[in-house]
Design a protein around this ligand. Structure first.
Ligand SMILES: C[S@@+](CC[C@H](N)C(=O)[O-])C[C@H]1O[C@@H](n2cnc3c(N)ncnc32)[C@H](O)[C@@H]1O
Length: 476
């Protein structure tokens, strides 16, 4: 299968729909390219990383919700200002309607921004929840059709009598009995719809309420039950108790209806955008083997077929994408045939390995990396294996990015450093070494402080918080 992407048929929506004056629109491209040229030249002269603030670089972009970005939460989402800066550069993407790839697309920030900047986009992600959100986020829908189907779903859910639970991990621990009953009726009613973009919209919106109607702490990305007893401060304790009580009394159907209305407002904004003839597709589950479609036995994506790559890959042991989606995956029916472990196995940066899997130390044949892995191995062989295998798997993902990218085109990787067993683990440096070993040329290294850490919290004793984002720009 090949991709037939139209070139030059659309305008950037940030430049054309926001400022009404065409000259202002042009000046944003010019502003970006002037800044990018300055950065390229500076890096060419001294080869040193340059500190930047992407919110400032594209300060005409609001920090709040826009278009369909907030249709569903997702851990470690990319700051949208980063792709907006690169996607609107004429140096990197001289033609509108180019093909942009995000091999670790998560909830689709890059895919949506590519669309809004007038480019076609392709995405891959190992997590089926991410693939669903990314698809819904980038699909135009008619809100009148959604409203009338919503009424049918709610009416059908009210009529259903039987409780048919899905395979949700530890369901009684996370949901009150009444909530389980209503969630099961709702998802059965949604599942009754024929396969369609609208059905995916309802599934994504259904999924977006799961955490809110559960006993899990809304401030944490992985499910952790709210426990009033762990707080000494009486006010916080009382707040947690009230939260539990409100979960007990939640009216699931009205929460669902409210979220449908909020998401309709978002898709209405997307509907107004001129994206005619642009394509956006989540095509693959694995960044290491990018195929031309999600269907089994599909062809590999053609070599030299992509104009630009921008991506934020996972970190070793820092984010548990499958665990943080476990309740959603269960309720959406993804765990009827597969287990959470099956999904986790595809995840680069995963943490679960049996002892037999790490009998020998992993080496990458890059001295700087191998020395760090050896030091970690002496302290903790499992951590050495997690990080060594992470780099090994990232190496094959980078090789795949190199294969599909056109010659002379750019690839931007957003990544942070880490700490493992008290050792600094300079992921950005190692990714750069792997990219250069693959054949990429480093054109620019930028550092942006993460102002809001969001979901990047301390996860375990041996991996510490990630403070800055490193933006590595390579050329093939
Ligand atoms: C940092 S997140 C990307 C977030 C995304 N930029 C967004 O804004 O939502 C990294 C993503 O890599 C995905 N991932 C992990 N292993 C993968 C693999 N082998 N192939 C493709 N995606 C993978 C995870 O599921 C996760 O969604």
């Amino acid at each position: 299968m090949s991709f037939d992407f139209p070139q030059d048929s659309v305008q950037s929506n940030y430049s054309s729909s926001k400022p009404s004056d065409e000259s202002v629109a042009i000046s944003h491209h010019e502003e970006i390219d002037a800044e990018l040229s300055r950065l390229f030249n500076k890096f060419k002269t001294d080869g040193l990383p340059i500190e930047v603030d992407f919110r400032e670089l594209v300060n005409w972009i609001p920090y709040s919700d826009s278009y369909t970005h907030y249709i569903h939460s997702y851990p470690a989402k990319l700051l949208k200002h980063i792709p907006i800066f690169f996607l609107n550069s004429k140096i990197l993407l001289p033609e509108k309607g180019s093909v942009v790839l995000d091999p670790f697309c998560g909830s689709g920030t890059v895919l949506l921004e590519s669309m809004l900047s007038g480019h076609n986009s392709l995405g891959c992600d190992a997590n089926p929840l991410a693939r669903l959100i990314a698809k819904v986020k980038t699909t135009k829908l008619d809100s009148n059709v959604i409203r009338s189907q919503k009424n049918n779903i709610v009416a059908k859910a009210k009529r259903l009598r039987k409780f048919a639970p899905l395979n949700v991990t530890n369901i009684d621990h996370w949901f009150p009995k009444k909530t389980q009953l209503h969630l099961s009726k709702l998802i059965r009613a949604i599942e009754g719809l024929p396969e369609s973009n609208e059905k995916d919209f309802f599934k994504a919106t259904f999924s977006s309420i799961i955490k809110k109607v559960s006993f899990s702490d809304p401030n944490l990305s992985v499910p952790v039950k709210i426990k009033p007893s762990k707080y000494n401060d009486p006010t916080t304790k009382e707040k947690a108790e009230k939260q539990l009580l409100s979960v007990e009394n939640t009216d699931v159907l009205s929460v669902f209806e409210k979220h449908i209305e909020q998401n309709i407002k978002r898709i209405d904004l997307l509907e107004q955008v001129d994206t005619e003839s642009l394509k956006c597709e989540v095509i693959s589950k694995d960044a290491r083997k990018i195929s031309s479609s999600l269907s089994p036995n599909s062809e590999p994506l053609k070599a030299n077929s992509v104009d630009f790559i921008v991506t934020s890959p996972p970190y070793a042991g820092a984010q548990k994408y499958v665990r943080s989606s476990s309740l959603n995956l269960g309720w959406l029916g993804f765990c009827e045939k597969n287990t959470l472990r099956d999904y986790e196995r595809l995840n680069i940066g995963r943490e679960h390995y049996s002892k037999s899997e790490y009998k020998d130390i992993i080496q990458l044949s890059i001295e700087e990396i191998d020395r760090v892995l050896e030091r970690i191995w002496e302290k903790n062989p499992l951590r050495a294996h997690i990080n060594g295998n992470y780099l090994l798997e990232m190496k094959s993902a980078i090789a795949e990015m190199y294969r599909v990218l056109k010659t002379d085109k750019y690839c931007t990787i957003v990544i942070g450093n880490n700490e493992v067993c008290g050792e600094p683990f300079e992921t950005q440096k190692f990714i750069r070494l792997l990219a250069e070993q693959t054949g990429f040329k480093t054109e620019l290294v930028l550092v942006d402080e993460i102002h809001s850490r969001g979901l990047m919290t301390k996860r375990n004793k041996t991996a510490s918080v990630i403070n800055s984002e490193w933006i590595l720009v390579f050329k093939k």
